[in-house]
Design a binder for this molecule. Structure first.
Ligand code: IMP
Ligand code: MG
Length: 183
């Protein structure tokens, strides 16, 4: 789905498909350099990180293992509920391994700070975070996000995995949701 297909629901396009691919390529290069000679397991946070995982993983010129976790911290609206639950755990034993958590957006930082300490309790060699987008509140939180695609304003955005009531995930670009959609 393209922005034109949901034109009336978006106030603007923040990042086009091309911009996203190019930024992910840059992040992949940086990650490759940082993990040179090391084994690497990338962990996608379902469901929003599916697109980022697919495109980031394919940008690497090296092997990476992929696993998935599903956690819930949001209800179906636009505000964090503050509660984190594991809905699907890793299938991989991460002890002694380098883990890179891949997410599409960090907002309050609650989900990723909880997830980082949860994974750290499993004796991995390291746990770092890569997120495509980061909102201002997360910058204030004590979450060490090593790889960030872009810092964005505190607005509700959709597309490229990001949803509102399970819609817009399949939008190719990322746009700001028009307030009339959730008002
Ligand atoms: P946090 O725990 O507040 O950092 O929330 C992280 C999760 O909230 C993300 O993985 C998204 O699923 C969801 N989220 C936060 N902001 C947005 C947004 O602007 N659009 C869609 N989902 C969002
Ligand atoms: Mg997410």
């Amino acid at each position: 789905m393209d922005a034109a297909d949901v034109d009336a629901d978006l106030t603007n396009t923040l990042f086009t498909e091309e911009q996203i691919q190019s930024r992910l390529g840059e992040l992949a290069k940086q990650i490759e350099a940082d993990y040179e000679g090391e084994d690497l397991l990338i962990v996608g946070v379902l469901r929003g990180a599916v697109m980022v995982m697919a495109d980031l993983a394919r940008s690497f010129n090296r092997h990476v293992e992929m696993d998935w976790m599903a956690v819930s911290s949001y209800g179906s609206g636009t505000k964090s509920s503050g509660v984190v639950r594991i809905l699907k755990d890793l299938d991989t034993d991460i002890s002694g391994r380098h883990v890179l958590i891949v997410d599409e957006i960090i907002d309050t930082g609650l989900t990723l700070s909880w997830l980082t300490s949860n994974l750290n309790s499993r004796n991995p060699a390291s746990v770092t975070i890569c997120t495509l987008l980061r909102k201002p509140e997360a910058v204030r939180m004590d979450v060490d996000v090593k790889y960030v695609g872009w810092d964005i304003a505190n607005e509700f955005v959709v597309g490229y995995g990001l949803d509102y009531h399970e819609k817009y995930r399949n939008l190719r670009s990322i746009g700001t949701l028009a307030p009339h959609v959730y008002a």
